[in-house]
Structure formats: structure tokens, C-alpha cells
Design a binder for this molecule. Sequence first.
Ligand SMILES: NC(=O)c1ccc[n+]([C@@H]2O[C@H](COP(=O)([O-])OP(=O)(O)OC[C@H]3O[C@@H](n4cnc5c(N)ncnc54)[C@H](O)[C@@H]3O)[C@@H](O)[C@H]2O)c1
Length: 434
Amino acid sequence: MRIAVIGTGYVGLVVGACFAETGNDVVCADLDVRKIGALRDNKIPIYEPGLESLVVRNQGQNRLTFTTDVPSAVGGAEVVFIAVGTPPDEDGSADLRHVLSVADTIGQHMAREMVIVTKSTVPVGTAERVQGAVARHAKHAFHMCSNPEFLKEGAAVDDFLKPDRVVLGVESDHARSVMAELYSPFVRTGRPIIFMDIASAEMTKYAANAMLATRISFMNEIANLCEKVGADVDLVRKGIGSDSRIGPSFLFPGPGYGGSCFPKDVKALARTATEHGSPLAVLDAVECANERQKKRLFEKLSTSLGGYVAGSHVAVWGLAFKPNTDDMREAPSLTLVAQLLAAGATVTAHDPAAMEETKRKLGDSIRYAESNYEALVGADALVVVTDWNEYRHPDFARIKNTLRRPIVIDGRNLYNPAKMKSLGFVYDSIGRRA
Ligand SMILES: NC(=O)c1ccc[n+]([C@@H]2O[C@H](COP(=O)([O-])OP(=O)(O)OC[C@H]3O[C@@H](n4cnc5c(N)ncnc54)[C@H](O)[C@@H]3O)[C@@H](O)[C@H]2O)c1
């Protein structure tokens, strides 16, 4: 099939590369000239395991091409995916400017009957607005499809190639059969394609992210309460996660959720709910709990330093909002660093993948270390913010010998509190007995 993917970010690039991998002719289009230039040279602008080899192989075999010429990408396609960003507007609602401008371009430049797929996360009713924008110019029949994306950054290629499910909102037989054929290589092991109407598909994406964010905020608040009442959230987590109605995933407390999706999607869904006079009070609480949680690491550090944060030097391990990505959007590390700098501390940070991205955001307001151990030199304390695998089993003797004071704040509950105490650390984590 001839496919155009408009918007070549985290989602568009993965989608394009994976469809090319199954033999389709894919053109990925983006307005970002530098990004497209780099991709043509096989330079991947994001850190995403497994993506580079897919891009290199499929570009080498001419199944995957990159262009800044969006109209020509649209003109050659039978299926076009809209995968541009939908950042939050000032009132929290999703900003649909990019989506609607692409819709306009599609209407003007489509050259045959086509399926138009909204892949971006968009509020209910957006496909209808896209349909309207395309119809203003369209000279050919077209079919709308809402195909929300559930990939996880850090495991995006695997998630796309082996999805838990594919959700397709369609309202014509043509769209249904084209999309079923396109996705058939990815669901051969029986993973379902769930067909539904377009509004329900649009809603499903927000409901999924809102549910996941709710679990995180819920567990973070339970963890905070565990600290007060002398319970251990690790045990509570296992105790509730073994209930088949609850399940074990997404129950790990931490420094709050971040990333490009949960914060904006929670806000956008809450906004939609308010606009429709059906407020989602639970989401206001989820967001509020998350904002509080992002400040917990600073509070814990401040306590461990006896309140003397000013003049201290702090090592931070992990900057990306989660491991296996370089995405810094709304990362809890940014909140911590901002609090530390405002309180008069200095910071040296390390991250296996997100240093360049952090430099773009924070410049030389902090120092950057080549290795996680180098970050400890001259530091009064270590704060672990992101649970990269390489931080899980560090050389504790080396940490203790390098830090000026043996203070470790573990924002991801990576280490054993009893062991840390026996090694002589002043150790704190989230919701566990010290
Ligand atoms: N990142 C994720 O993990 C994830 C997962 C599921 C869904 N989503 C959703 O997918 C959408 C895209 O997210 P992302 O993280 O890939 O965003 P991104 O910011 O990484 O990429 C968006 C790209 O669209 C391009 N763009 C903007 N306007 C354009 C236009 N008019 N024509 C061509 N290109 C244009 C930008 O230059 C950018 O490269 C969002 O709606 C997001 O909510 C993201």
C-alpha cells in the first residue's frame, strides 16, 4: 500500500518505519527541514531502541522515504496518517491547529480515493472537523478513520509490531477493509483489532491514558500515606496487584508522571468533560496529586540535608521522564532541578540518553557528567530520578566514598532500605520504611 505519514515525531517515525517493514511504500513528511535532512542521512532524531535499524534497512530498500513536501506526500498516497503534535492550549484543551492545517493540505492535494487516519491523540469530534476541512477542497471520495496510538516511548517499535490491540474507529466498509489489511501482519498471533465508531475510538485513547495516570497518582498518594502510618508500599503494591481485578502493572510509586502524553491528555480530557457539563472530578485530583508528587524528592532531600539546601551540591541520576527514552517533556527531573536551583543548590546530572535534550532545555544552569559516578564527585547527596537499568545495581562502596555525605534519595525505590542503612547511607525512598 502507498502510505503517507504526516508528522515525523516519536509516533510518526515509528509508524512509518513499521509499516515500511511490512512491505508498504511509506513516505514520512514533516515541516522540520533539519529533522528530515538528518533522517535522510539515517540519523535518528530521537532515542528509541530498535528504530534506527528499521529506518536504515527500509530507507536502503526505498520503501521508506522522507520529505518536507507534504502536498506531494499526500498526492501519492492511498492512506494518509495524521501524526502531528497536539500540544495543550492555554486552557488545557488540545491545540488542533497542526491537525487541521494538515487536513486542509490533504483536501487540496489528494489525487485519488483515500483513507484519512487521525493517529494523533485528539478529542472526540476531531475526525469530524478533519472531515469538514478536507471536504472543503476534496475532488475525490475519502474515508475517515480514528486510529489512536498506544505505543510506549522506550518500547515503541516492539509495541507497534506486537500491539496489545489495535483500535480502529471507522464508519465505512472501505476504511474498515483497508485498515484491517494494513494491520493484519501485526495481529497474526490473535491480538484483536477492535472496530468501533469514530467517537468511541477517540475517547478510548484519552480514557486509557487517564486511567493509567490515575493509577500512578493513586499509588503515589498511597505511598505517601504509607510513610505516615508506618506501612510499606512495596508490600501493599504486591498485596493489591495480585488481585486479578487490579493487576500488577502501573502500581509503582515514584516522583510523579511526566512525558508528552499523560500530563496533556489528562488536562485535555478534563477540559472536554467540563465543556460538556460532565466534569471529571477524579482527573482534577489526579493532576493535583501529580503536581504535589513532583515536589516530593526535593522535600525529602531538604529533610535529609537538615533544611540546608542552599550552598549544597546535588548529583542527579536520570533526567528523562522514564528510562529508554531521551524525552524530557514534563519530566519530574525538571521540577527537581528548578527547585534545587531556586533554593541555591548546584547540580551535576547524568542520563544515559537525555543529556543533549536536557542541555537544550537547561543550558549551562547545571553541570553534566560523562558517567553516573562522575556526577557524584563533590556532591552532598545523590537523587535517583529515572529508573534506568544501569542504576539498579551500582557500586555502593564507590557511591559512599565519592559523595561528601552519604545521602541517597531514591525516587524509584531501586535499592533495599535495610541494605542501604547497613551500608551507612542516609537513605530515603517513596513510601517504604527507612
Ligand atoms: N509520544 C508518544 O509516546 C505518543 C504516544 C501515543 C500518541 N501520541 C500522540 O501522537 C501525536 C504526535 O506525538 P509525538 O510525540 O510524535 O509528537 P512530536 O512533537 O514528537 O512530533 C510531531 C511532529 O509533527 C510535525 N508537524 C507539526 N505540524 C506539521 C505540519 N503541519 N505538517 C507536517 N509536520 C508537522 C513536527 O515538526 C514534529 O516533528 C500527539 O497527538 C501525541 O499525543 C504520542
